[in-house]
Design a protein around this ligand. Structure first.
Ligand code: SF4
Length: 230
């Protein structure tokens, strides 16, 4: 089948790459849609798969998959989930042998950072944490105008400093970095500059209790306006 489109997996029923078949059966590849990367980008898939041949990557992927498996349990009523993400963070860190965790948190989630640190320390981890405002560098340093400051033109406003957060955690040689509530874009800079394995415990969403999917779950009611074409 000729390549017709870029992948649009989000619009696919997804039954071919995630089929309900027995282990010894083959997925029905002849039933994929014409935008499927499994037919249009098979070379990319094959190249990507070679990365799992690196022993460290293979072991990391294996542990991540076991972690996924352990988040479910079989009950007389059927399969059900059991682990919140914080517990997963602890379990996965144990699996990987991580001892020193690095928390890059937003000033707006300082209470959450403190509570999370206490939990992680109670589970035996060393926790290094860095607030987004580290450096106390004024926003003027990155070209912000007085009228673009949240607290008003006359206020001293420290810039969010995700590159420095990342560099501090790099210098501390933490085993695993954790993003807690960094703003959109600031998280991008952190991810770009963080040189240790990292994960996200929460993303910033100021109006949904840091649960951006809440707006999707209410897209047919309170957040209907999001669905309107521009
Ligand atoms: S990989 Fe192919 S079958 Fe799977 S969701 Fe994407 S388009 Fe659909």
């Amino acid at each position: 089948m000729p390549k017709s489109k870029s992948p649009t997996c989000a619009k696919c029923p997804g039954v071919v790459c995630h089929p309900s078949i027995k282990a010894e059966e083959k997925p029905p590849f002849d039933k994929v849609p014409n935008f499927c990367p499994m037919i249009n980008m098979n070379d990319v898939i094959q190249n990507a798969m070679t990365k799992y041949d690196d022993p460290d990557t293979l072991e990391f992927a294996r542990q991540a998959s076991i972690q996924e498996f352990e988040c479910y349990e079989q009950t007389p009523e059927g399969r059900r989930t059991k682990n919140p993400r914080i517990l997963e963070l602890i379990q996965f860190s144990d699996k990987c042998g991580y001892k020193k965790l690095g928390l890059a948190f937003c000033a707006g989630l300082s209470d959450e950072a403190k509570k999370l640190t206490e939990i992680l320390e109670n589970h035996g981890f060393e926790v290094v944490s860095v607030r987004c405002k580290v450096g106390a560098i004024p926003k003027e340093r990155i070209g912000i105008k007085p009228e673009e400051k949240i607290a008003g033109p006359a206020s001293y406003e420290s810039m969010c400093n995700p590159i420095t957060q990342a560099e501090i955690l790099n210098a501390e040689k933490v085993d695993f970095a954790i993003i807690l509530g960094l703003c959109i874009g600031h998280d991008t800079l952190f991810i770009k500059n963080c040189q240790v394995p990292m994960t996200v415990i929460a993303v910033k969403d100021r109006v949904t209790g840091h649960n951006p999917l809440a707006a999707l779950y209410t897209i047919n009611s309170y957040y209907k306006r999001l669905a309107k074409p521009r």
